[in-house]
Design a protein around this ligand. Structure first.
Ligand SMILES: [Zn+2]
Length: 129
């Protein structure tokens, strides 16, 4: 497998920059033993992604992103998960994923989540106030 990977985010570079941090500074040539960032998805999609990866026999690592600030108010469903696979499995894993996740940046996903939950009316039962 050829290409550049971000040494900080383990993401494959797109258009010469890391899609996660947006920088080219830490890019280096990907190595066979690298763990590569595959995709991010919402909690509701994790089962789908994991079934697909398991179906392909691809080992993966999942990391929950706790920094969105949305978790405390609306719960686990708004959490984003990052998936990582071995560099040797990367292209196969990418091909196995459905279109929803491929090419969607975390920024886009966050916007999507924001919009989705903005449309929900405030719960009048909320006793916190
Ligand atoms: Zn990066």
């Amino acid at each position: 497998m050829n290409g550049l990977i971000c040494g900080r985010c383990s993401a494959m570079a797109k258009d010469g920059v890391c899609p996660l941090c947006g920088k080219a500074k830490k890019l280096r040539t990907v190595r066979e033993e690298d763990t590569v960032y595959l995709t991010s998805c919402e909690y509701i999609w994790t089962q789908t992604v994991e079934d697909l990866l398991r179906g392909e026999g691809i080992p993966y690592r999942r990391q929950a992103l706790l920094g969105s600030g949305l978790i405390t108010s609306i719960g686990e469903t708004a959490e984003l998960y990052r998936y990582y696979v071995g560099a040797a499995d990367y292209e196969r894993a990418l091909a196995a994923l459905p279109d929803f996740s491929v090419g969607m940046t975390e920024e886009e996903l966050n916007d999507y989540i924001d919009n989705e939950f903005d449309q929900q009316p405030n719960d009048p039962q909320d006793g916190e106030q």
